[in-house]
Write a protein that binds this ligand. Sequence first.
Ligand SMILES: [Zn+2]
Length: 555
Amino acid sequence: MEERHGIFPDKVYLNGQVITLSDSQPQAEAVATLGDKIVAVGPTAAIKELIGPKTKDEDLNGKTMIPGLNEPHNHFGMYGPAAMYSVNLQSPPLGSIGNMRDLISALRRKAEENSSGGWVTGRGYDDTLIAEKRHPTRHDLDKASSEQPIFISHVSGHFSVANTKAFEMAGVGKDSAQPIGGVIRKDPKTKEPDGVLEEMPAQMLVARLLPVLTMDQRLEGLSLAAEHYLREGVTSCSDAGVNFPGVGSSREIVAYQEALKRGILPLRITMMVGVHFLLGAEGKNPSFLTGFGNDRLKIGPAKIIVDGSIQGYTGWLSRPYHVPFQGDRDYRGYPVTPPENLNTLVMAAHQAGFQIAAHGNGDAAIDAILNAYRLAQEKYPRAEARHRIEHCQTAREDQLDRMAELGVSPSFFVSHTFYWGDRHKNIFLGPERAKRISPLKSALKRGIKFSLHSDCPVTPVSPLFCVFAAVNRLTRGGEVLGPEFRLSPEEALRAVTADAAWQTFDEKVKGTIEVGKLADFTILAENPLTVSPERIKDIKVKEVIIGGLSVFNAT
Ligand SMILES: [Zn+2]
């Protein structure tokens, strides 16, 4: 019997509603696994016949099993440290900051806690959700502490504010030149910095002084992120910002490796790595290419940031913002990476063989990205490059045509319809452009494959929430934003499983429940294809299985 054991499954799951997302057998009741793979899918009676002497069985008892959920763009590595060390400055419903006074007192409390003079950091404030409807200034932050340096980040991640102490330490003042791709906002009268730093080139002027995380802190952070992501049913995720030119970033890949080795990283991670780091010295010496690694941890696309965020007025649009920014009726945002630099970087990364993921929110940024991809493909044609556009919020119909033509795949930040939809309509984009943010149905009609993401910690990690947003397009105010762009639940589910796997070249190993694929499953209390669409976000995750092992159990 011992020799024969290998031919029996280790485990069978019976009596469930199995949504396979495979065309040949879309639905089943039961699944058998052996090692980390799926060995059979079918009706309960047929799977029962495969049971051997050592096979364990689990009665799904009518629960729904779907392919393991895939979070295709988020900041897994940053999530833990942010949660552990930074003051939460989010406004309701995600936090409790209602006005500037609340924000200052939250920071003051933290400053008093660590009165040793160290840095006080905060995250997630939203200028459009606090009563004053503006960013804090350095003088606001000085009220929390003038002795300790303070550095806080906007919910989008595209702005930071520092206090006077931090500006002094960084040597940034009246005479500091504006960096390329960023802005040190200055007081129009005194010309002194007002505290707000737009985009990474400006943010880094101060952020480079923040203490570098130790390996232990990073590992603790990864372990915390894993715990929280598993609760949301996530089995695979792409960290969209590894080794950016950023604070202490060069240790991030090593931290992931170490976490994997120590067994504290149950999820499968794809690392989108900063393009400059990947291209290596003089842009010619990549150490590894997209795909290097294994099914647990691998190098994904080269990441490039092309513009900022629309809700921060730094998204780069082809037409001006709806409510003019600081009274400027022509203001359209700006590129963080100017088109000439973008073309050079894309050409180099494409020629070297990388998949590329370019962050583009505004349609002018999307134009620039598509131009760069076209130029690269014209010079070095490569089938199946699967270059991506991250967020892709304001894609126009003509741009979707070009994406289909070039084989470009977007990852849409669809939760914006809920979290910022009302403000996109009334403030940033106006009704016409707001209703078509994340035009999922238009992309689908053209046969474009895409994924849906949370950009966590910008919004809470939850692939089921993305499905809810894609299916309903409900704003926080209760309006349906662009009903014609809604997806069916199945179409949306595909974008957080099968098509998210396709984007990382993993369609042969995961994303559907089929024989030969990895045994990654998310087990849900209810069936997202049959519950009422508004309730999809409330479906409870009961169990998560990765590579045949149960790694989260809600009971
Ligand atoms: Zn991101």
